[in-house]
Design a protein around this ligand. Structure first.
Ligand SMILES: CC(=O)N[C@H]1[C@@H](OP(=O)(O)OP(=O)(O)OC[C@H]2O[C@@H](n3ccc(=O)[nH]c3=O)[C@H](O)[C@@H]2O)O[C@H](CO)[C@@H](O)[C@@H]1O
Ligand SMILES: C=C(OP(=O)(O)O)C(=O)O
Length: 441
């Protein structure tokens, strides 16, 4: 099994280019199923989750061509609907959360779809009600077979409707939007998620001939059209990677420039890092982080302890809370981290405590961090990464720590971060890939 061995405590320096956004990739690649014409997508990250989805589309009969390292064309002219019944589909579809987003386009174009209960991180309950309740409003019927773990959905005649989503689910909104673009009449989606990746999806669909308005708001209106055509699309840089690199620079006291961040799409993210005391400078569209010996967490205006909590966009993304948490361990001051959306995403703090961090896990959703102000360095340990973002948070902790750390289960990290060891080595990090089993095995 692959693991990372890290010798920490060294400042890094240099420039790093963020990869294309994983979660946008999963949406727009699913959308190619909506047309028989060619769709070209560039800036696609070469990561496990995205590659699995591309492979799944290939199995469904989509003609795929890789034009260069990050650019693919997709042509969904002949789709093999029988593939749904295969064991292969169950295994592949089930291992990836993003695969749920093939349902909306398949319903829209072929009137039926099936999907195994999808995978993704084990970060708490992850329901799919929003997706299926939304499809139902458009006239679909679904049956969940608990024995096989399959959702079967039928919809020969999707009709536009008013859909009030039960929560602002990101993939749920994407799915309902994709189901509605070819439905008859007008669909109005209220309580829609509106993060930049969804905006990108809607803009791409409009270029394909869809008629979507309200993009970027939580009230989306879709006039169904008969047919969509091909287009070209470029993914945004991955904002979670950008946030992870800001965290890396702060924790390791490094001077790092993150290239071409598309700052205006980052929303509240830079401000949250600024409130933790991290200096960020926008140079053109690059984000420059100077080497900082210390950084001090602000308090709220009334002097009370700062809380960083997640919220649906334009609130702070839950995917960066693990990174914020790790940075806070070496800040001056204290902060309460409140992970509202997921209930099992904070348990990795055990490992940080083993490394010497001062953290009180108040309950599954909240942790109080007592910053060490870099007066006590974390020490390297052997640990296992529980999920993608905790994995990177631990990686950042290990790079800042004294001595050697081993991180197991790096498959979790690699499903979302492209060539992370190679890119960190280019900044001067002492990280290598080794073959090792966790101690408990
Ligand atoms: C492949 C993909 O794109 N994955 C992202 C997507 O997952 P995904 O689309 O699966 O996540 P959802 O937006 O559906 O929900 C995430 C969690 O937040 C809860 N919830 C959601 C909305 C809300 O208003 N209140 C609320 O409590 C849900 O019950 C769930 O537990 O969005 C999540 C939330 O940004 C991110 O963590 C995931 O990285
Ligand atoms: C939780 C995440 O991914 P997924 O939704 O694919 O599990 C993530 O990207 O942080």
């Amino acid at each position: 099994m692959n693991a990372f061995e890290i010798n920490g405590g060294k400042p890094l320096k240099g420039e790093i280019i963020p990869q294309g956004a994983k979660n946008e990739a999963l949406q727009v690649i699913s959308a190619v199923l909506l047309t028989s014409e060619k769709v070209t997508i560039s800036n696609i990250p070469d990561i496990v989750d995205v590659n699995k989805l591309i492979e799944l589309l290939g199995d469904l009969g989509v003609k795929i061509e890789r034009l260069n390292k990050d650019t693919y064309t997709f042509e969904a002219a002949d789709i093999n609907l029988d593939f749904f019944q295969s064991a292969q589909f169950k295994a592949k579809g089930g291992s990836l959360r993003g695969s749920i987003m093939i349902v909306g386009p398949l319903l829209a174009r072929f009137g039926k779809a099936a999907i195994p209960k999808p995978g993704g991180d084990k970060i708490g309950r992850r329901r799919l009600d929003t997706h299926f309740l939304g499809f139902e409003k458009l006239g679909a019927k679904f049956i969940y077979n608990a024995e096989t773990g399959f959702f079967n959905v039928d919809a020969t005649n999707l009709k536009g409707a008013y859909v009030l989503l039960d929560e602002a689910s990101v993939t749920g909104t994407a799915n309902v939007v994709m189901a509605a673009v070819l439905a008859k009449g007008t669909t109005t989606i209220y309580n829609a998620a509106c993060e930049p990746y969804l905006q990108q999806l809607c803009k791409m669909l409009n270029r394909m001939g869809a008629n979507i308005s309200g993009i970027g708001s939580n009230l989306i209106s879709i006039e169904g059209v008969q047919k969509l055509g091909g287009t070209e699309h470029r993914l945004l840089p991955d904002m979670i990677e950008i946030g992870s690199f800001i965290g890396l620079a702060a924790m390791t006291g490094s001077e790092i420039t993150i290239k071409d961040v598309q700052y205006k799409e980052l929303g509240i993210i830079p401000e949250v890092f600024r409130r933790l005391g991290i200096k960020l400078e926008l140079r053109g569209d690059d984000l420059y982080i100077p080497a900082q010996e210390n950084y001090e967490i602000e308090t709220f205006i009334d002097g009370s302890i700062l809380t960083v909590a997640d919220a649906p966009w334009p609130g702070f993304t839950p995917d960066l809370l693990s990174i914020v948490l790790v940075i806070a361990t070496q800040a001056k001051g204290n902060v309460l981290i409140h992970q509202k959306m997921f209930e099992s995403r904070l348990f990795f703090v055990d490992k940080l405590i083993d490394m010497g961090a001062q953290i009180i896990l108040c309950d599954p959703h909240r942790a109080t961090i007592i910053g060490l102000n870099k007066q006590v360095q974390l020490k390297g340990i052997e640990m296992t990464s529980p999920d993608i973002r905790a994995g990177v948070a631990l990686l950042i902790a290990a790079l800042s720590a004294s001595g050697r750390s081993i991180i197991h289960n790096i498959e979790q990290i690699e499903r979302g971060y492209q060539d992370i060891d190679i890119r960190l080595r280019a900044l001067g990090a002492d990280i290598k890939r080794i073959n090792a089993m966790p101690k408990s095995h």
